[in-house]
Design a protein. Structure first.
Length: 392
């Protein structure tokens, strides 16, 4: 199918209480045919109307990047504030909006057209966010109340034409879900930092596997060869994952593709240090990092930022590979974040997971958005699972 030449983002956001329970809705539309290409809606907790509107814009820009990166883009919103600020005609004075606007400017391609529309012409996006809110209210996730806006419990990514009533099937009992995209998440083998439990992330020392790590990966390669259903191999760009991917791909006779979104979280100034050393040198920063997933290590990346990156990567892989098995060679944090997505768990659930070096986790994602965690941190060498190392 020929990709659209021009697309339109319709986005909206709102809160009940301002600030109050908030949500956004966004969709991507073919500008020539009017067909809806993708939709996204999410309850974002407590926020103001303007923050929710910016979050809707960001979601729409992400949809455009994922589905139609080469198309001309127009953004249509009924928020005069957002449209005028993004067009550069109004100043951005509120500190809560500045980082959101900067991120939107980064995502918006050159030449993006910014159009204000009356509220009634933005009804589709408004309906999306209210559907999520209604679900949250029914489930007791947020307080009720009248007024515009809304939220729900978690993210809803909807393909064009999806029936929202099929969002929560009992996987394994429901035979009408279609063929899933099967993701096998292989954590790279051990490095010297693994044995010493040192922080090892993106931007730090780019380590190779040690002797133990190579043995772990060879065991995984034999397990995957015997399984016999891997269609594609993708890998994080770091040396230890690329080395792992090359070893397992050879007996599968598959080429390896680098997927930047699978890289490990950046630990900034902490990279190469043990937890005890970080606690001694950066006690206040470590305490703040442990208390909130929105806090990044000095010069590093927060778990919230990593979660958005990993979610976008998941969306790309799943949308392109339904009915196929994709082997993704990656690290501790991306694996935890993908498991958390599959289970619709809160972000801080990643603190309660342990992923062994050289282990395999399997998740199935179905066309309608349902997911199934099939195995977690399986050791192909048959040894007992070891505790995960910090930040690998």
């Amino acid at each position: 199918m020929t990709p659209p030449r021009r697309v339109v983002i319709e986005a909206d956001g709102g809160s009940r209480g301002n600030p109050g329970p908030a949500a956004y809705g966004a969709l991507l539309r073919d500008a020539d045919t009017g067909a809806v290409l993708a939709e996204r809606a999410e309850h974002i907790g407590t926020a103001t109307n303007n923050v929710a509107e910016y979050r809707g814009l960001l979601a729409g820009l992400e949809l455009a990047r994922e589905h139609t990166p080469d198309a001309e883009l127009e953004v249509r919103m009924d928020s005069k504030l957002v449209v005028e600020q993004m067009a550069g005609r109004w100043k951005i004075k509120h500190p809560d909006l500045r980082p959101l606007a900067i991120e939107a400017q980064r995502l918006a391609p050159f030449g993006t057209e910014w159009t204000w529309v009356p509220r009634e012409e933005n009804a589709h996006a408004d309906r999306l966010l209210n559907v999520v809110l209604d679900a949250a209210v029914r489930g007791g996730a947020v307080g009720g109340g009248g007024g515009r806006g809304g939220g729900g419990s978690g993210l809803v990514v909807i393909a064009a034409g999806e029936d929202a009533s099929k969002r929560n099937p009992v996987v394994g009992w429901n035979s009408g879900l279609g063929e899933p995209a099967r993701l096998l998440l292989l954590r790279h083998g051990a490095t010297d930092y693994s044995a010493e439990k040192r922080f090892s992330g993106w931007g730090g020392a780019d380590l190779s596997l040690n002797e133990s790590g190579i043995a772990q990966v060879n065991a995984a390669a034999e397990w995957l060869r015997a399984r016999g259903d891997v269609d594609k191999v993708v890998t994080s760009p770091l040396a230890r994952t690329r080395q792992t991917a090359d070893i397992v791909a050879e007996p599968l006779d598959l080429k390896v593709e680098v997927e930047d979104g699978l890289r490990e979280t950046a630990f900034g100034e902490w990279d190469g240090y043990t937890f005890a050393e970080v606690q001694e040198r950066w006690p206040a920063e470590l305490e703040a990092w442990q208390a909130s997933t929105s806090v990044a290590p000095p010069g590093g990346e927060s778990f919230e930022a990593a979660a958005e990156r990993v979610r976008r990567t998941r969306d790309r892989l799943v949308s392109a590979h339904h009915g196929q098995t994709v082997l993704a060679v990656t690290h501790v944090t991306p694996i935890k974040l993908l498991v958390r997505l599959a289970l619709d768990a809160p972000l801080d659930a990643i603190y309660k997971m342990e992923v062994s070096a050289g282990s395999i986790t399997e998740i199935h994602w179905y066309p309608g958005g349902a997911s199934s965690l099939r195995s977690f941190s399986l050791r192909p060498d048959g040894r007992a699972q070891a505790l995960t190392e910090s930040g690998q």
